[in-house]
Structures are given as structure tokens and as C-alpha cells.
Design a protein around this ligand. Sequence first.
Ligand code: NAD
Length: 499
Amino acid sequence: MSAALSIESLKTQAQGLSFRNQAFIGGQFADAASGKTFDCVSPVDGKVLTAVAAGEAEDVDRAVKAARAAFEDGRWSRQHPAKRKKVLQRWADLIEEHATELALLETLDMGKPIGDSARIDIPAVANCIRWYGEAIDKIYDEVAPTGDNAVAMMLREPLGVIGAVVPWNFPLLMAAWKMGPALATGNSMVIKPAEQSPLTVIRAAELAVEAGLPEGVLNVVPGFGETAGQALGRHMDVDAIAFTGSGEVGKLFMKYSGESNMKRVSLECGGKTPNIVMADAPDLDAAATAAAWAIFFNQGEVCNAGSRLLVEESVKDELLERIMKVGQQMRIGDPLDPATQMGAMVDDTQMERVLGYIEKGQSEGARLAMGGERVMAETGGYYIAPTVFDNVKNDMTIAQEEIFGPVLSTISFSDPEEAVRIGNDTIYGLAAAVWTSDINKAHKAAKALRSGVVWVNCFDAGEMSTPFGGFKQSGFGRDKSLHAMDKYTEVKTVWIELH
Ligand code: NAD
């Protein structure tokens, strides 16, 4: 997005958008076999954007058949790596060329600020696809150390048909984290976007075909979880499910797999990230700013949001004051305004859920120090003020359950061991952060925290080269980095006896 774009010009462009609202199967747009649709409501103002095809089992089956046919005839799976690389790179270019359109779709569909969609989400999507494209012709298989009488090769082969089921908080980016490595390794795919946010994934799949991805390799079936999502999870000809979403639904995918064809399952589920600030943090202002963004960015609808602030007793009041100052200055407003920093919650259900947690926090005895209410109700959209709780105990509901909203729970501790113990006292293990100037404390905490990533003196840092995923009930399998490719490949040993 050019920095010069004004809210007026963005609104004009938004009005001119055409929505791709059908399933995308075998390279063609298609209505649901049942003819059913569902309303795609914008949380910006509560108005219907378009009616989207409500795919069900029959549509999923068609998409899986298209994906299987594409996989078996080798139009992608056996194409030369250098050619596949070019296609993904061209696709990344097209995503960049259509960045404003995609950013507008993302913002209208799920309510995040246009500045975030345009400067974070869509560039990250293009970067992800390009990164995996570049990797395609640079990864080698292995040869085992055998004796002279044999050659044993360990070959990585694509699994076949990958089903990807993704959430609504970073709709296209979460899909890209699956599409990049799954397509780079030669698989075909069927994606089911979240019913709250189907628009960008459908459009991106169309752009993939324009970039040269053979028809049928990437299919999209919009629809509800219990119908389309479950049908994909139970399909006998899907080789793997890559899921991002809640733990509750993640567990269902393991059940679907066990009750169908034992398809591989990888899960990226929720989190309750402890952001641990010790009294010797190198820069309390930096820690405060990071702590505020850690929970208010993307309206708190982030799986690794720093939702539990663990702070050493002696600096608690000072830190909290600074965090609240950042929160109070945060511009909550029209998501189409480039100056907006916090937009709308994805839908009214999520808004009510978050408000319910805020009530629960108060009834369980936490002190509401800031926010706590719906704002901008006159717009018809679903906005919640940045909210901070103090005096939270780690066994309270707001400290244990994933709220997925802009709600910070502050818990104090008196020594580093206690901080780590509280940090680990959760069913989740997606991420953790530690702020300290003492390298010994930093290393000890980083080793002891049970999570997929530990940030030291920063929050949410990472690049495509670093894996992302959970310990414990945050799931298993990794997105991003070369490690993600493991989820979409099998190792085949070929042993050749020499005579
Ligand atoms: P969700 O689990 O409700 O939905 C995720 C997807 O699963 C959607 O596409 C939905 O339609 C589908 N689904 C729902 N019920 C289903 C069913 N019965 N059978 C099959 N599919 C079904 O999650 P959400 O509310 O969309 O997203 C929020 C959750 O996602 C949070 O828990 C968040 O932490 C998690 N998340 C995790 C990561 C990560 O990388 N770890 C990233 C983003 C979001």
C-alpha cells in the first residue's frame, strides 16, 4: 500500500472490489452442489459483503478428486523443481501486485486495520510463498552410510493430497504457511478457510493459477467447520490435514483421522503466552511498549499474544502504568483508516465471548485497571477497548483460557523460578518471552520454559527461516522454515544392493 493512500481512496477502492465468493475446484469457480450460501459479514460495520458458497461433503469430495487427479498425473508433483520454483515466485509477484486489493479484502472480511493487512499480512504472504519457491531446487535428499556392497538413499516424497483447515485471525497468512511448504514439496491441496474470512484465500488461489500453477493442484472449499471441515478431516483420500485453530477442534481432527484413514495430522492450536518481565529488564519502556503490542496487536486475536504478563513485584506498578499509557494512546478506529492501530473483533460472537471473559475476570476477583467495554457501537461494528487486568492469579479463568481478544492479565512473581513455574502452569506451550539483563537468568528461563519459541528481550520476533509451533496442547508440527516441509513429505528408503 502506498503511504499516500488516504482513507477516502481506500473506501472508493473498497466499493469497487469484486468478491470471489464461490468454491475454486479444478481451476474453476463453482457454486456449492447444494446451492447453499452463507452471508459473509464485515465486522467493520456489521453489513453483509457477499454471499459465499457453503461447501459441504459433496464439494469437498469433488475438490479432493481434482487434487488427487492432479497429483497422480504429475502435472505439478513431477514437474521439474526449477519450473515449480518459477511458478511460486510468479505467484508471490502477483500477490504483491494485488497487495492493496488483498489487503482491503482481508480488512473488510475480518476487521484488522488496513495498515496491518497492507504492511504486515500481505507482504508476509508473498514472502512466505517466495521463500518456499526459492527452497524448491536447493534441498537435497540423503544417502545413508552403508558398507561398500550397497547404496541406501533416503528420499523425501510428497504425501499426495493435503487438506488445510485454517482460522480467521490471519486468514491468508495462516493458509500461506501451509500452501508454501505443501506446494513446494509437490503436493496438491484442498483448503477450507474459516467461515468468518474466506475471501482472500479464494482470490489467492485464482492468482496461483494465473501464475502457472496447474489447475486442480490448489482447491478451495469455503464452508462451515462441522460440514466442510469435518468432511475434509474424514475423507478417505486425503493424506494429511494441516490445521490451525482452537485446541478443541484440533482434537476433533485427531479423532476424524483415527476414525477414517489414519491421515497425518499437524496442529497449530492456541496459546496463553507468558511475557515475563524481570526487575532487571534492560529497558522498561521497551518492555512496556512490547507488552502492550503483544496483547493489543490484531485486537489480541493472535495465537501467541502475550496474554499473561508475569512481572516481578518490585517493578509491577511502574511497568503497568507505562503499558496502560501505550494502550490509552492506541488508535482504535475505522479499520479502513491507515492511521488506525486497533480494528474490529472478527464477529459479534467473538466480541461477546471476549466481553464474557472480562466479566468473568471481575467476578473471580481480578482488578479491571483499564478498558473492559465495547466501543464504537454506533458504527454497527464489533470493537473492544484495550483492556488490562491487575491482581490476576494464575488459576483464574482469564489466566488459563485463551481469550483471543485485547485483554491482558497481570500476575506478579517474586523470583525467576516462580516466574518459570507460573509460565509453565498452563495446558499451552506456544510461545514465551523473558526480559532481563542477566544472561544467566535468560538462558535458564529459556531452557526451562516449555514452549515452541522463547523470545529474550523482544516479543514476536521471527523470520521465515525460524520454525513456529507448539509444545503441549498448543499442538505439534511446525509451520515456517525448512522444518515445515517435514509435515508434507514421507521418507522413503531405497536400498540398492551392489554386485
Ligand atoms: P476454530 O478452531 O474454531 O476454527 C478453525 C477452523 O476449523 C475453521 O476453518 C473452522 O471452520 C474449522 N472448524 C470448526 N469446527 C470444526 C469441526 N467441528 N470440524 C472441522 N473443522 C472445524 O478456531 P478459530 O476460532 O477460527 O481461530 C481461533 C483459534 O485459532 C485460536 O484458538 C487460536 O489460538 C488458534 N490459532 C493458532 C495459531 C497457531 O499457529 N498456533 C495461529 C492462529 C490461530
